[in-house]
Design a protein around this ligand. Structure first.
Ligand code: PHE
Length: 348
């Protein structure tokens, strides 16, 4: 028994020398001290079967061997973690010669989106839902459903991008929507009355571009249909928006204007936020800024939306969202907005 113990000891100490990592160390530890089948554990367990005298002697040797192996294991453990630590240190070493890396730049919202989000929040607080329309729209929803028949001269007011050969019936023209009003009849057909919604989004016109005209721009449409909806409600909503945008003293001026899909129709202006109505560069000395079109929804349009126009009335308005953005930030050229120019965009 004693010689077996001695053999075990030298075996253990020898094996320890070639241990290179924690896993191997654990394996070795298990081999000798494992609770179930550790070689030393087994010997310790067997001690109880020896005669008293022999147990004393062998027990003593076994204990010594155990302590010696344990100590050797401990110092190997220390040695390994020391090496680990050194390796980590090596990895984490600060390289002071490395040039400064470029900062991780965070993007931000486009000015259009900033203004759009702000208005969406305001309209949501007034119980409007926000709808997305499609940018490629049928000629029907963009024009015909809005009381602008095919031969009507009002079509000439908008320079339209027509798209050939789209859709099931390729004889029916499709257009890049020229106005978010295209969503009015779609929404009425889908939700019926009462309905209260806004439609912010991109519109397209075949413009000769200059500082004030661009082929792609944004509008924010809104409409309410229901029983007893009046022009006074329209004015109330528009005044709320104007005050939200430009402050409590802002006044709204409505003047008659023709849009085929509203009757009566108006052109909406607000007092210039810069000169407060005195007249300045921004308002071209008029004291007023034109920012929306609006009116009571024409009965023909309600009919297209399957709304009973003898029971319901509605109002609609369309803000030039791009115009609001330009006014808010003093942007002098509309073409900056879609340019993707970072020098411009980083200012917001
Ligand atoms: N769609 C009109 C335009 O683009 C604006 C408008 C919307 C006018 C709703 C009246 C009612 O000019």
């Amino acid at each position: 028994m004693q010689s077996k113990l001695e053999q075990l000891k030298s075996e253990a100490l020898l094996a320890l020398k070639s241990v290179k990592d924690k896993a191997q160390l654990e394996e070795l530890e298990n081999k000798f001290f494992g609770r179930k089948n550790g070689e030393l554990t087994n010997i310790m367990k067997g001690l109880k079967d020896l005669a008293d005298d022999a147990r004393k002697v062998v027990g003593q040797v076994a204990n010594d061997v155990k302590i010696e192996i344990e100590n050797a294991l401990q110092s190997k453990k220390k040695e390994l973690s020391q090496a680990d630590w050194q390796a980590n240190l090596e990895k984490e070493r600060l390289d002071t010669t490395q040039p400064v890396l470029p900062k991780n730049e965070r993007g931000h919202f486009h000015p259009n989106t900033i203004v759009q989000n702000d208005l969406e929040e305001l309209f949501t607080s007034m119980g409007f839902m926000t709808l997305d329309g499609s940018e490629l729209e049928s000629d029907y929803y963009n024009f015909s459903a809005l009381n602008i028949p095919e031969t009507h001269p009002a079509r000439d007011m908008q320079d339209t991008f027509y798209v050939k050969g789209h859709g099931v019936d390729s004889n029916v023209p499709w257009v890049m929507r020229t106005q978010t009003s295209a969503m009015q009849v779609r929404a009425m057909q889908k939700y019926g009355a009462p309905v209260r919604a806004i439609v912010p989004g991109k519109c397209f016109r075949n413009e000769a571009t200059d500082v004030r005209h661009e082929h792609t721009f944004y509008q924010l449409e809104g409409f309410v249909v229901g029983e007893n909806i009046t022009f006074a409600h329209l004015k109330g909503v528009l005044e709320t928006v104007a005050k939200h945008l430009y402050g409590e003293e802002t006044q709204v001026r409505l003047r008659p204007k023709y849009y085929p899909f509203v009757e009566p129709g108006v052109n909406g202006e607000v007092t210039c936020f810069l000169c407060k109505g005195e007249g300045c560069r921004v308002c071209k000395n008029t004291g007023w800024l034109e920012i929306f079109g609006a009116g009571m929804i024409h009965p023909n349009v309600l009919k297209e939306g399957n709304i009973d126009s003898t029971k319901n009335q509605g109002f609609a308005f369309g803000f030039g969202l791009t115009r609001l953005v330009m006014l808010k930030y003093g942007i002098e050229d509309i073409r900056h907005l879609e340019s993707g120019d970072l020098k411009f965009l980083k200012q917001f």
